[in-house]
Ligand binder design. Structure first.
Ligand code: SAM
Length: 400
């Protein structure tokens, strides 16, 4: 791998030494030569001392993703293995579980491996690249994951941006090690049998970050009529069913996701509670579906609202806040007096306080109060390693 020497602004140097993993293009003062995506950028201070080493990407506004700072280090196969092993050790509490065999092994920058996500579903690992600078390191990464995690197969997923920069011998969804999957893979979460479409599903096939919140919701579902908005493959709905819900109604715009939710339901029919729960669903836009349900006078005891990220960039933050407020108001139109609202946000650009304020304002716009029961954030396998790494916040509240 080619290396280049880089000088950065004093402020960027301070940030790097404080452990921040990103150096923006405008903070790069000089480079020894033109680098390519994946080259190793060695950052020196103004006394020519080593400060950090990272992945260089000339096509990204985040020009360097820091791999290591402090004393000089060699970034070789052993270094990548050590980082993956550190990440696995951080998840020790999840490793031996038979009731949960799906979890995130590597959570990007937050585990010191910028741009890389590794999700494990039983014996399948999904390696997802969010940075083109990782592509030249892929073979080393596959070796490291194979050696440390020991999965039977490794599947490659890439973000849309990386997809456009893949070399001809790599493709989104291809199997990098072991036999290709012959369909969705099965794993366990909170004791439920679930599928992950690791080749074509959203993200890596399942939203692993909501596992603890699903259990929280399941624990409040006994005897409830439940509405699961933005249900995807039905994780919340199934936990509610297993928790004794009378009925669950799922809403999502993705036909494929709701078909997977139905497969998940059928896979858990050995549980009396799931067998006894009435499942229905609507394919379509959540805002329209909520409005239509309210128009029909339908009421629920527990409403889950878990939308996608609404703020893809800073300009989208205000729009996102308005959307959260509106969703709270629409959900409350459907919640019977004394019922529960669980609402989440995965927009990292929307600060937690703004999200909670939006929910409160949404309730006020309907003349309803919300009594908070819990505020939650990241589960163990989605650690927060730097400020931008904190994206998930959620609220469980009673609407008197
Ligand atoms: C963050 S995921 C929800 C994850 C899900 N609650 C779970 O536990 O797995 C967001 C979901 O919203 C769906 N979606 C996005 N925009 C939507 C819209 N306007 N109306 C309905 N569903 C939408 C996506 O298909 C996706 O399944």
């Amino acid at each position: 791998m080619s290396r280049l020497a880089v000088r950065v602004t004093p402020d960027a140097l301070r940030q790097i030494r404080g452990g921040h993993p990103w150096v923006y293009a405008e903070s790069v003062v000089s480079t020894s030569h033109d680098g390519r995506a994946g080259d190793l950028a060695v950052v020196f201070d103004d006394r020519r001392r080593f400060a950090a080493i990272g992945l260089y990407d000339p096509g990204s506004p985040i020009r360097i993703k820091v791999l290591h700072h402090g004393r000089p280090a060699v970034i070789d196969g052993a270094w990548w293995k050590d980082r993956v092993a550190d990440a696995l050790a951080r998840r020790a509490d999840l490793l031996g579980s038979v009731t949960t065999t799906g979890y995130r092994v590597v959570h990007g920058e937050n585990d010191g491996l910028p741009g890389l996500v590794v999700d494990r579903y039983a014996d399948t690992c999904v390696l997802k690249l969010y940075s083109a600078a990782l592509v030249p390191h892929l073979a080393t990464l596959v070796d490291a994951i194979g050696a440390v995690v020991g999965a039977a197969r490794i599947v490659l997923r890439v973000s849309r941006l990386v997809a456009s920069q893949l070399p001809g011998d790599l493709a989104e969804g291809m199997t990098l090690a072991g036999p290709p999957p012959d369909g969705p893979v099965w794993f366990h979460e909170n004791g439920l049998r679930l599928t992950a479409d690791v080749v074509g599903g959203q993200k890596t096939g399942h939203f692993l970050d909501q596992r603890d919140n699903r259990r929280l919701v399941g624990g409040r579902a006994m005897g409830a009529r439940v509405l699961d908005v933005f249900a995807c493959t039905g994780g919340f709905a199934l936990n509610a069913a297993a928790g004794g819900a009378l009925s669950v109604h799922l809403v999502d715009q993705s036909h494929g996701a709701l078909a997977a939710a139905e497969a998940n339901r059928r896979a858990n029919l050995d549980l009396d509670a799931v067998r006894g729960c009435r499942f229905t669903s609507d394919v379509g836009d959540a805002f329209a579906a909520l409005t239509a349900l309210a128009g029909r006078g339908v009421r629920y005891d527990l409403v889950v609202v878990d939308p996608p990220s609404f703020a893809q960039n800073q300009a989208g933050v205000e729009r996102a806040v308005v959307a959260y407020r509106r969703l709270t108001a629409l959900a409350l139109d459907l919640i019977a007096p004394g019922g529960l609202l669980f609402q989440a946000s995965c927009s990292s650009r929307v600060p937690a306080e703004r999200f909670y304020a939006a929910v409160t304002l949404g309730a006020a716009s309907r003349g309803r109060r919300l009594d908070e029961l819990a505020r939650t954030d990241h589960p163990l396998d989605h650690p927060i390693g730097f400020p931008q790494g904190a994206y998930l916040k959620a609220l469980l509240a009673r609407a008197p």
